[in-house]
Write a protein that binds this ligand. Structure first.
Ligand code: AMP
Ligand code: TRP
Length: 337
């Protein structure tokens, strides 16, 4: 067995993939794909916890998979798959439901926030973190790279893994650690630099740069970006200057330059207009080849299906036996075991 760390992360196919997803998550996954054993999952079952249009969900599942490959994930290096293609996830979730106290789920802040906004709350929404826990522990994952908002769910995953190990008297599950990127990895909304760029606000013009936006649209969004009246192009922690800081942060993440070099690039700028155009240009140049890759993949559904079948097979080979072993431990008869 390899002693490389196992990494698992998931992302919902809810559309509007944006620069924050790319710089805060996907780009890091690509950069680290040679170091560890990686599983990246398009979590379509999680998306069903709120009502979805069936055709749209299918489209978004393919689209997100294509984006993940387009930005550089190599399906021959990582296991890239769709959650519902591997039976362990939904099946194992039931088994975990039967060791997870309801009170733990009622305490989840994301559930409370989401439920408060809905008239009729689905059981799946409450159960969402148990499904997520299974995603992670059925692969013996050591590390879970996620945004701050998912930290509580990974902590719950640890509690569930520990409880199962305690109840059944074995070190059956690996207890995973959340890996949260530094604050610098957060891309903020261009229209409101004090709120993070998010899929749910991506329909608001000038909020997000979506990976599918054309160059004109990207330039327009940056030109409208909120700045301040200080007139100084420098990194800053001052909330009043968050807009300029965000623009510089995007430029830094795209170009992989140091703080000093980023500021030096704008030393001769004639104000924020130059800054906005400068940032827009590096973003447009970085996104163009990704869009070409994306379009090529979306025009070749057979190739996408082949990649997904390969990913599902690799994932199933790990998680299905794990869930079968759980069944056995919990007292179920596993056929042909
Ligand atoms: P979501 O868009 O919430 O489905 O998140 C998918 C992935 O992108 C997660 O790993 C998030 O942490 C990351 N992510 C989402 N929005 C941002 C953002 N504005 N800045 C940095 N990372 C983000
Ligand atoms: N709940 C996560 C989100 O909405 C997505 C997710 C599902 C996930 N399963 C996971 C993330 C397992 C990390 C590991 O962003």
């Amino acid at each position: 067995m390899s002693d490389k760390k196992v990494v698992f992360s998931g992302v919902q196919p809810t559309g509007n993939v944006h620069l924050g997803n790319y710089l805060g998550a996907f780009k890091n996954w690509v950069d680290k794909q040679d170091e560890k054993v990686n599983y990246f999952c398009v979590v379509d079952l999680h998306s069903l916890t709120v009502p979805q249009d069936p055709d749209e969900l299918r489209h978004q599942t393919r689209s997100l998979t294509a984006w993940l490959i387009a930005v550089g994930l190599d399906p021959n290096k990582v296991t890239l798959f769709v959650q519902s293609h591997v039976r362990a996830h939904a099946e194992g979730c039931w088994l975990l439901n039967c060791v997870t106290p309801l009170g733990w789920l009622h305490r989840m802040t994301q559930y409370k926030d989401k439920a408060a906004k809905q008239e009729s709350v689905l059981t799946g929404l409450l159960d969402y973190p148990v499904l997520m826990a299974g995603d992670i522990i059925f692969y013996d994952a050591d590390e879970v790279p996620v945004g701050e908002d998912q930290k509580q769910h990974v902590e719950l995953t640890r509690d569930i893994a520990n409880r199962f190990n305690h109840l059944y008297g074995q070190d059956f599950f690996v207890v995973p650690e959340p890996v949260i990127p530094e604050v610098g990895a957060r891309v903020m909304g261009l229209d409101n630099p004090n709120a993070k760029m998010s899929k749910s606000s991506a329909h608001i013009r000038g909020h997000a740069v979506r990976l599918e936006d054309d160059p004109k649209e990207i330039l327009r969004s940056f030109k409208k970006a909120k700045t301040d009246s200080f007139g100084e192009i420098a990194f800053s922690k001052d909330p009043e200057r968050a807009g300029v800081n965000n623009l510089l942060g995007i430029y830094k993440a795209i170009t992989d330059k140091s703080f000093e070099d980023v500021e030096a690039d704008f030393r001769d700028a004639r104000g924020y207009g130059d800054l906005k155009v400068g940032v827009a240009e590096v973003v447009i140049d970085a996104i163009r080849p990704l869009q070409e890759n994306y379009n090529r993949l979306m025009n070749d559904p057979a190739e996408l299906d082949r990649v997904l079948a390969q990913g599902a097979q690799q994932a199933a080979a790990v998680s299905n036996p794990k869930v079968d072993a759980m069944k056995e431990i919990m007292g179920l008869i596993v056929p042909n075991a």
